[in-house]
Design a protein around this ligand. Structure first.
Ligand code: HEC
Ligand code: HEC
Ligand code: HEC
Ligand code: HEC
Ligand code: HEC
Length: 462
């Protein structure tokens, strides 16, 4: 008679299939993680999405493997306690001297290598695709259409979406994937917001995105900008404003740390509390300058209750440059002005400014209807009001129609409820509050010092 208990104790409980499989899984994923981690250390990691393999999948499998080992042991012990014989773990015996076995072993090894290659290439391509501008901008094309259209002719059209929206490193990758998954569901359920709200919640601070390419201390000096505007009269009378904008720089070492980029001097810290989601109304500003002086400014009539519980934000590039990659015209008037300035719309066409603005500002359900609507409206105007011009300068009229249609497609997206001026631009102060969210002469310290507003603080007129 065999003593069952003594058999159970004499063979280790780990000798069961589940524990062995767990150990193998843990060892493989551990080794892969280590390999990839070393590659990362030596700078081979270029793609933020690869993070999902590095820091989520491998560790998850590693942990799963480790869990399986004791689980197998527990099940095995139960099995033996229940009086059943210990599981038998027989490894196949392979004899490489036997030509048939040898061929099989080599074939299996070769196929495994090929499989691994194929799977890792496929994974890599998939991950790379998710990283691409095509995936971000076009897969959910209706949703991203406004941002994608603007992106394509922005100064950043060669910078991928993920370089600003995710940046390098695993934690932000996970964060943005989690919210990304939520967004995919929202798109599938058609429950996403229209227009997509701006600012982006939880966008990564500029020092990890913008400042990987741009150096905040760079001395820019002055920038000359010429703005051409056209009146709504028959002659489209032109006015030209030339600004000398004092951008300055963020470091005394390279030039005077004054001017607009004074805000970026790393020694000056500005934090603020906005009263609305769009950060257009600012209630409180905290400043620590490079001498260490602290000043607090309050908006007129703001109460402590209004400030309570709201996000306190460190000012960075994006508080001014909030549309570096998705610029829309400030207004329909401004869009038409620039088309006239570059000759897309002939400045000599009577009332061109007034009529094109009216045509692109009208409401249409979609781009196709808009194209027809704009064309009919402008043709009718010149045919009925300026018959002679309509006859002799038909080409100019048709060119103006094409330009108007393009302005509309580039700036208005009825399906996403994006219209003229939907997204504020924080550079400037004419079309949107911009700089005057703080520099409005009414944000003051308790002793009455206001944030300066003299025009030549920021620019001169030439
Ligand atoms: C140069 C950096 C940069 C690049 C490249 C970039 N974005 Fe943005 N994006 C921003 C900033 C900055 C905002 C505004 C965020 C804010 O104010 O908080 C933004 C906002 C958005 C918004 C929110 C709605 C809005 O218009 O404010 C969407 C959607 C968006 N981006 C999609 C994309 C897509 C799709 C791509 C690639 C085709 C892309 N972005 C490329 C910087 C960038
Ligand atoms: C991957 C690199 C990269 C990143 C990230 C990046 N930029 Fe740029 N940015 C550039 C390059 C390159 C240019 C110059 C484009 C040119 O002049 O052709 C530029 C130009 C600019 C300009 C000048 C635009 C103009 O009208 O001439 C501003 C402003 C700017 N970037 C702000 C930002 C901000 C804000 C962010 C972060 C949201 C950012 N950039 C992120 C590479 C980058
Ligand atoms: C206080 C608002 C503000 C902040 C903060 C700010 N900028 Fe600017 N920046 C401006 C203004 C205003 C201009 C000039 C207007 C323009 O170019 O249209 C400018 C111009 C620029 C230019 C173009 C220079 C040129 O010669 O055309 C670049 C590049 C730039 N900023 C990058 C940055 C980066 C990167 C950061 C963050 C480190 C930053 N800015 C922070 C307001 C700001
Ligand atoms: C969140 C609030 C805030 C916003 C928005 C803001 N500023 Fe300022 N700015 C300040 C504060 C605070 C000071 C320091 C107090 C002062 O100079 O009166 C300052 C100072 C300045 C100075 C003086 C720098 C020096 O040499 O001493 C300039 C120039 C300037 N800002 C330009 C701009 C421009 C241009 C914009 C818009 C693109 C802008 N600011 C937007 C808060 C802001
Ligand atoms: C805090 C900085 C600041 C102050 C103060 C300031 N401006 Fe400006 N202003 C700007 C910036 C930034 C722009 C936009 C430059 C650009 O388009 O790149 C601008 C643009 C303008 C423009 C052209 C606007 C357009 O696009 O049509 C005019 C006109 C102007 N400012 C007038 C004034 C006058 C007048 C004052 C004095 C009451 C003043 N500004 C004070 C920062 C300032």
């Amino acid at each position: 008679m065999i003593d069952r208990a003594s058999v159970a104790d004499s063979t280790p409980n780990l000798r069961n299939w589940l524990s062995v499989a767990g150990a193998a899984l843990a060892a493989t994923s551990g080794a892969l993680f280590l390999a990839v981690f070393l590659l990362d250390l030596f700078g081979f990691h270029t793609n933020p999405y690869i993070g999902i393999l590095f820091f989520i999948v491998f560790p998850a499998f590693f942990a799963l493997g480790l869990l399986l080992v004791p689980l197998g042991a527990v099940l095995e012990r139960r099995r033996r306690r229940a009086g059943r014989p210990p599981s038998e773990l027989h490894w196949p015996s392979i004899d490489l001297n036997d030509p048939r076995q040898r061929r099989t072993v080599f074939a299996v090894a070769l196929l495994t290598i090929v499989n691994l290659l194929v799977v890792s290439l496929a994974t890599y391509r998939g991950v790379e695709f998710m990283d691409s501008v095509t995936f971000c901008g076009q897969v959910c094309h209706e949703v991203m259409r406004p941002e994608f259209a603007a992106y394509q002719d922005s100064p950043h059209s060669r910078v991928t979406c993920v370089e600003c929206h995710i940046g390098p490193g695993a934690p932000w990758f996970v964060r943005s994937k989690l919210s990304g998954t939520r967004q995919v569901f929202a798109v599938l359920m058609a429950s996403h917001e229209r227009p997509i709200p701006s600012p982006v919640e939880d966008l990564r601070p500029a020092r990890d995105t913008c400042e990987r390419c741009h150096w905040p201390e760079k001395f820019h000096g002055d920038k000359i900008k010429t703005i051409r505007e056209y009146a709504a009269d028959e002659k489209n009378t032109e006015t030209v404003t030339t600004l000398r904008i004092h951008i300055g720089g963020g470091s005394e070492r390279l030039g005077i740390a004054a001017g607009i980029h004074w805000h970026m001097n790393v020694a000056n810290e500005i934090e603020y509390i906005a009263l609305d989601e769009a950060r257009q109304s600012i209630g409180y500003i905290w400043l620590r300058d490079r001498q260490g002086n602290i000043r607090e400014y309050f908006a007129e009539d703001v109460t402590p209750g209004q400030l309570q519980g709201r996000e306190r934000r460190r000012m960075d590039c994006m508080d001014c440059h909030n549309r570096p990659a998705h610029p829309f015209a400030l207004s329909a008037e401004r869009a038409v002005d620039s088309a006239i300035a570059i000759g897309e719309i002939a400045p000599t066409l009577p009332f061109a400014k007034r009529e094109v603005v009216a045509a692109v500002k009208a409401t249409y359900p979609d781009h196709t209807t808009a194209a027809t609507g704009i064309a009919i409206r402008l043709r009718d105007f010149y045919r009925t009001q300026y018959q002679q011009i309509y006859a002799s300068r038909r080409q100019d009229v048709e060119r103006a129609i094409r330009a108007a249609d393009e302005l509309y497609r580039r700036n208005v997206f009825p399906e996403m409820r994006v219209g003229w001026g939907t997204y504020p631009n924080n550079i400037g102060h004419m079309a949107f509050p911009g700089c005057f969210r703080c520099h409005d002469g009414s944000h003051a310290t308790r002793d009455g010092t206001v944030i300066r507003q003299e025009c030549d603080l920021c620019h001169d007129f030439e």
